[in-house]
Design a protein around this ligand. Structure first.
Ligand code: BYC
Length: 337
């Protein structure tokens, strides 16, 4: 029912996990100091660990990307959280609640991975709240109907998996390990979204129309999640040389499109692109690119929900102050005992 791509992607996660264990068992032989060691580890597809020397710019790039990723998980709880109290059945409510909780967990794994690079979680959260660090553009779009919860699961989590499976082979050990766990959970999320849309698209005419409308609205923002086109991507070249990113933004976007076409067929829904067609020479689908000017506007804070999302996050942060204080006081008391 779900198509063959998700099992294939999960197979890649398993392979990345095995490669990680193998890499840990191998020694890297490099003479000539820390720079040579760093380069040898990257060349040999082994992992840089927190104890290892690394160039400042490598550290900064990782902090930027991992923090942005962590913030995305936390802000990403809002659009779906919007539907927890209005899920159509108790079962759907319980599933959605668990999914949104998973996103919080992903945020925690990622903040913890970022902390191994010498920044504190407080510092990162402060930067998000001050608008000095980004989160994914996708979460600045509204969830207007229940079908949007399905479309987020199918398209947004689907795009997230395609983007994140290669990160399981990232050269920085703590990020790679966090990604393996996240990808396994994310595959459930993608399937729950697919299943919601499948139910709606095989339901009444009204339900079908609601599912199609959601897919129409989420398709292009999901394509934009992969970032600007390669020619405009500032970080890709360096990040790929360091094996943080393993594929370019455009390569991953293409993989996602190819995967969705097949699944849309199973759903009986149409992807809103009249120019989507198989290209025999490229062995891939030709498709209309998302509006990158819109992506830049959303990244700059001018998307439909940017202000609402940040206001909500700031309010939640302020209202949670007493919990953080209580937890810190308890930890201090325990340490003293
Ligand atoms: N939104 O040089 P580029 C999830 C920024 S969580 C906002 O190509 P890079 C989920 C980029 O940061 C989804 N900003 O950058 C959670 C850079 O700006 P700065 C999040 C974007 O880093 C809950 C500039 O544009 N996933 O799936 O090489 C529920 C130039 O771009 C975006 C991750 O974070 C965007 N879409 O590549 C459900 C995955 N695109 O930093 C689902 C990890 C680009 O120079 N991150 N920018 O100011 C990545 O893989 C990479 O960071 C990206 C961008 C592919 C996103």
């Amino acid at each position: 029912m779900y198509g063959n791509d998700i099992p294939e992607l999960l197979g890649e996660v398993e392979a990345a996990e095995a490669a990680l264990r193998e890499a840990a068992a191998r020694d890297t032989e490099a003479t000539g100091g820390e720079v040579a060691y760093f380069e040898a580890v990257i060349q040999a597809d082994q992992k840089i660990e927190p104890r290892d020397w690394m160039p400042d710019s490598y550290r900064k790039t990782l902090i930027r990307q991992i923090a942005q990723h962590a913030h995305s998980e936390i802000i990403g709880m809002q659009p779906e959280g919007n539907w927890i109290s209005r899920a159509p059945t108790l079962k759907r409510k319980a599933i959605l609640l668990a999914k949104v909780q998973d996103e919080a967990g992903h945020g925690l794994y990622l903040y913890a991975a970022a902390e191994t690079l010498g920044v504190s979680r407080d510092e990162l959260v402060d930067k998000l709240l001050a608008g000095r660090q980004k989160y994914s553009s996708i979460f600045n779009y509204p969830t207007l109907t229940w079908a949007d919860v399905g479309a987020i699961g199918w398209l947004v989590d689907g795009a997230a998996i395609v983007n994140q499976v290669p990160l399981c082979r990232c050269s920085y050990g703590p990020y790679a390990r966090a990604m393996i766990r996240i990808c396994k959970e994310e595959s459930f999320h993608q399937r729950q979204g697919f299943e919601i849309l499948h139910t709606l698209s095989h339901g009444t005419g009204g339900q079908r129309a609601m599912a199609q409308d959601a897919v129409d609205r989420w398709w292009y923002p999901s394509l934009a999640m992969f970032g600007p086109p390669d020619a405009d991507s500032t970080h890709s070249e360096q990040s790929m040389a360091w094996k943080i990113k393993r594929f370019s933004n455009d390569e991953l976007r293409q993989r996602f499109v190819d995967m969705c076409v097949q699944q849309a067929g199973v759903l009986g829904l149409t992807l809103p692109d009249p120019d989507l067609r198989w290209n025999e020479d490229r062995q891939a689908y030709d498709f209309t690119q998302p509006d990158y000017d819109e992506l830049m506007q959303v990244i700059k804070g001018n998307g439909p929900c940017n202000r609402q999302r940040m206001a909500h996050r700031r309010r939640a942060h302020d209202e949670g102050a007493w919990v953080r204080e209580a937890a810190a006081a308890y930890a201090k008391k325990k340490a003293a005992a």
